[in-house]
Design a protein around this ligand. Structure first.
Ligand SMILES: *[C@@H]1O[C@H](CO)[C@@H](O)[C@H](O)[C@H]1NC(C)=O
Ligand SMILES: *[C@@H]1O[C@H](CO)[C@@H](O)[C@H](O)[C@H]1NC(C)=O
Length: 330
């Protein structure tokens, strides 16, 4: 019996932390760029190649190395989308985050509730909203606490993944930036509790972070924007917010330490009065916190989107200097 339990636990952990093999997509050396080799169209009206995003992903051959664009028409796609390990080099392109939305409402388990789960390296998405509508609007039952459940909009496991003009809607645990080097540009991220969390090594640039905890006061008096999971001094992970806007309703901590060396850097960003005075919460690492100024750089690799919808460059490492604020708990 005990054996079975242990076995089940291991299976569960494997499911949660499946790590794919590193993968390089085909590079056009002559032009120094990555080029989209093929486009698959997804359209609910039947005018495309497929009616669901998942069917389009499934149609790509295993271990494909060419960049494949999946062009998704305007519409609300009620489906859970998983990009498995053997499908790297996919460019998901919507009609804009106000027009193309993928949504589902799984909840409870952090590891499999996300509306988008992306496992492989080298995934780019642009102009798509990913939403988990389980907690929105929250079905509050009077006098019963904790009706909010982890319900993820996206889990990003792969390395070298980039999101342009995307939106992520949730309440608790909206965006699991699990691990790997990620770049989020001009994205909108909404939530209330630990809504950007994980051990990713990521830059969030020109993003809008919208806190919604205000709607749930007094039951939930304050929120937490980040829960970064860096767990040792040589763990390269960390979240950098560069030129972002932090807005919303209610009060929130910028983050709480999800790992003993949790690292979040906020650079040239704008904040409204939603942030509590103390800024950060050490969570289970109380009495181990110290803030340092650091002239240190974080290295990540990013896909730079060139804009004619079919090309991107892999540029790296990106160096960010002049870092002025960091939580360094250890
Ligand atoms: C620390 O985090 C890394 C991912 O960033 C993970 O691979 C490793 O297992 C973690 N170690 C511990 C002790 O939790
Ligand atoms: C923030 O989220 C709330 C709740 O979804 C919404 O009403 C509000 O318009 C959002 N704010 C911005 C600036 O997008």
């Amino acid at each position: 019996m005990q054996c079975l339990l242990v076995f089940m636990l291991i299976v569960l952990l494997l499911l949660c932390f499946s790590i794919c093999e590193a993968f390089e997509c085909e590079f056009d050396a002559e032009n120094h760029q990555f080029k989209v080799a093929d486009t698959i169209r997804v359209d609910q009206s039947g005018k495309g190649d497929f009616k669901t995003v998942q069917k389009a992903i499934d149609s790509i051959p295993s271990n494909n190395k060419k960049w494949i664009r999946i062009l998704i028409s305007p519409g609300v796609f009620r489906e859970k989308v998983t990009i498995p390990c053997d499908k790297p080099c996919i460019f998901l392109e919507g009609a804009g985050r106000l027009l193309t939305r993928i949504e589902w409402n799984s909840h409870m388990r952090t590891c499999d509730s996300a509306t988008l789960t992306s496992f492989p390296d080298s995934i780019v998405a642009k102009g798509i909203t990913f939403k988990n509508f389980y907690n929105i609007p929250l079905a509050t039952i009077p006098n019963i606490k904790n009706t909010v459940k982890p319900a993820l909009a996206a889990s990003i496991y792969g390395d070298k993944s980039a999101f342009y003009n995307c939106a992520f809607f949730g309440l608790q645990d909206t965006l699991w930036d699990v691990q790997g080097r990620h770049y989020f540009k001009n994205c909108y991220i909404e939530g209330a509790i630990d809504f950007i969390f994980g051990s990713g090594q990521s830059i969030y640039e020109s993003c809008e972070i919208n806190l919604t905890i205000g709607k749930y006061a007094p039951q939930y008096p304050n929120g937490y924007i980040t829960a970064q999971g860096r767990n040792s001094s040589d763990d390269p992970s960390g979240f950098v917010f560069k030129s972002c806007v932090f807005t919303g309703t209610g009060k929130t901590y910028l983050g709480r330490a999800y790992g003993a060396y949790s690292r979040v850097i906020i650079y040239k960003s704008v904040m409204t009065d939603i942030i509590v005075a103390s800024g950060w919460d050490a969570w289970t690492y109380v009495h181990h916190e110290y803030a340092i100024k650091l002239s240190h750089f974080i290295h990540i690799y990013v896909y730079i989107y060139i804009g004619d919808q079919s090309r991107f460059l892999l540029r790296g490492p990106t160096l960010l200097g002049e870092i002025f604020e960091i939580l360094f708990v250890g």
